[in-house]
Design a protein around this ligand. Structure first.
Ligand code: ACM
Length: 531
């Protein structure tokens, strides 16, 4: 180790000197003053050209934004991240000027798309340019990561606040970069969901899939079927009080997600995973008898009654009300583990339900079992199989993909965030095996499913099922450090994929999570800095 020390320290001192900072007596603190290299970001940027002097945020820095509502809002968001730790005023202004932190929206550079951005950093300014506000927001996340981890703290820190010189040009590999939170098995409050949204935004995740119903709880108010929430939402795994979102609360989640450029994808799981609904309304059961509420963790025992007309009145009402709460494109109808529905009934059910989603202007997403029925035109299938899933089942999904069904990849033995890391992980399940950090990151969505065209892959999603997860601390521990790796698979070009380089970039995130109060799993596979 010793022989590496001197050059690194020298390099640091040179960078610090280049920034015009006194280095007298700086040697012991030099490690704190290292300027984060431009490419040391998660997800890895598409293109990095490191050159020139760093930019330094000071007490005189202004955040200069375009005269647009979105740019002003993103500028204010950035100011709120930076002010507590820097202690600077950082006024947000639409006075033009060539210095400071500049956030610019311009339609000029078509290659950036709606989510891409360019970040240029040099002596007088750091400028983020994007075509769309989502791109500007993603560029701001990159800027956060280029600043020292202490920038995330909520009290004044010493700095200095340097951004390495050069240019990042960055666009996503996939348009669908998701995370799912199961709010049914355990209920999570609006504030808990917002906390997770903020964590997802840091890694440029752009879809929040909420699993809003399951056997153990119905979590969204539906005016035409009020007992779904008030009774069906009244418990959870283990028998706790559960809960549900009123429409106002749900709108608040959607609005908050939108402000972080995440689209909420709501899921009502059908025809299985429906005990909470069946318990709430006797008429939804084939025998007309409501089962008791359920607080265990078995799956596959419940089914809507496929032959009853009232089932489709129910589905129509729920989808109509949910679609009205959903500005996004997608509505997820579940369709997994329908073990108590015959194949014939499953196909008939999906044939009737998918057009209801279309009727209310939304695009169907279903778990990949939907490919055993006839996926609607434009539908996406979310693959959650394992390496050990049968070739026939994989081929069924691949054939649908060849036939035009888009895929979201969530292989359970790679990206299910509820799988234990090792046998010693105190939380989580292990039916898909143990999923350490390298296993979670080290695969390529582009050629993952044999026989599925790369062009069918719309993206990736990291689901977090919550049979064993009931607090934000639990979410933190299971999501970190795996979630950023899945986000990187969704964002970064395949050419950047390299575990040995990734684990170093990931390790550098650890102090940032410490500063944000995110309690993560200190995987021995990752070279974390000493605490
Ligand atoms: C699932 O894990 N049942 C989609």
């Amino acid at each position: 180790m010793r022989q590496h020390r001197t050059p690194r320290l020298l390099g640091t001192l040179l960078l610090v000197a280049a920034a015009g900072i006194s280095v007298v007596g700086a040697a012991p603190a030099a490690a704190d003053r290292t300027v984060t290299p431009l490419g040391q970001v998660v997800p890895a940027p598409a293109s990095v050209d490191a050159s020139g002097s760093p930019y330094r945020i000071t007490g005189g820095t202004r955040i200069r934004v375009d005269d647009s509502r979105e740019a002003r809002r993103i500028g204010s968001y950035l100011a709120e991240v930076l002010r507590p730790s820097t202690g600077y005023r950082l006024p947000v202004t639409d006075d033009s000027g060539r210095d400071g932190i500049r956030l610019q929206l311009t339609r000029k550079d078509a290659a950036l798309g709606e989510e891409g951005y360019r970040l240029k950093s040099g002596k007088g300014a750091v400028t983020i340019t994007a075509r769309g506000p989502a791109g500007l927001f993603h560029g701001v996340q990159t800027l956060r990561q280029l600043l020292p981890a202490a920038v995330e703290k909520d009290s004044a820190q010493p700095g200095p606040w340097l951004v390495a010189g050069g240019t990042i040009t960055d666009t996503p590999r996939y348009g669908y970069r998701g995370a799912m939170l199961d709010v049914s098995r355990h209920f999570f409050t609006v504030d808990q969901v917002k906390r997770y949204i903020d964590q997802l935004a840091l890694y440029k995740v752009n879809k929040l899939h909420l699993h809003l119903s399951d056997d153990q709880g119905w979590r969204i108010a539906i005016d035409s079927w009020p007992r779904l929430a008030t009774y069906g939402g009244s418990t959870q795994v283990g028998g706790g009080p559960g809960g549900y979102y009123t429409k106002a609360q749900y709108k608040d989640i959607v609005k908050y997600a939108t402000s972080r450029y995440l689209e909420v994808v709501p899921e009502i799981d059908m025809p299985g995973h429906t005990n909470a609904a069946l318990a709430s309304y006797a008429e939804l059961n084939c025998d007309g008898v409501a089962p008791p509420l359920y607080t265990g963790t078995e799956v596959g025992f419940s089914s809507l009654c496929v032959d009853k007309p009232v089932t489709y009145d129910f589905v129509d009402d729920v989808i109509r009300e949910l679609a009205a709460l959903t500005p996004g494109e997608y509505l997820h109808i579940g369709g997994d583990e329908a073990h108590s529905t015959s194949h014939e009934d499953y196909v008939a059910f999906m044939d009737k339900v998918q057009p209801i989603v279309a009727k209310y202007g939304k695009t169907v997403v279903g778990w990949h079992q939907l490919t055993g029925a006839t996926p609607a035109k434009g539908a996406l299938a979310q693959y959650w199989g394992l390496d050990s899933t049968s070739a026939a089942e994989k081929e069924q999904v691949a054939a649908a993909a060849r036939n035009g069904t888009g895929l979201i990849l969530s292989p359970a033995d790679r990206v299910y965030l509820d799988m234990k890391y090792t046998k010693d992980t105190p939380l989580g399940l292990d039916w898909a095996g143990y999923v350490e950090v390298q296993r979670s990151y080290d695969w390529d969505p582009g050629n993952y499913l044999p026989g599925a065209p790369g062009s069918s892959v719309q993206g990736v999603e990291a689901p977090l099922w919550t049979e064993t997860v009931s607090t934000s601390a639990h979410i933190d521990y299971m999501a970190f450090p795996r979630l950023p790796g899945v986000a990187e698979l969704g964002w970064s070009p395949a050419s950047t994929h390299d575990w040995d380089a990734y684990k170093v970039r990931l390790a550098a995130q650890g102090p940032r999570w410490d500063a944000l109060g995110i309690g993560y799993y200190r995987s021995p596979q990752v070279p974390w800095p000493a605490e």
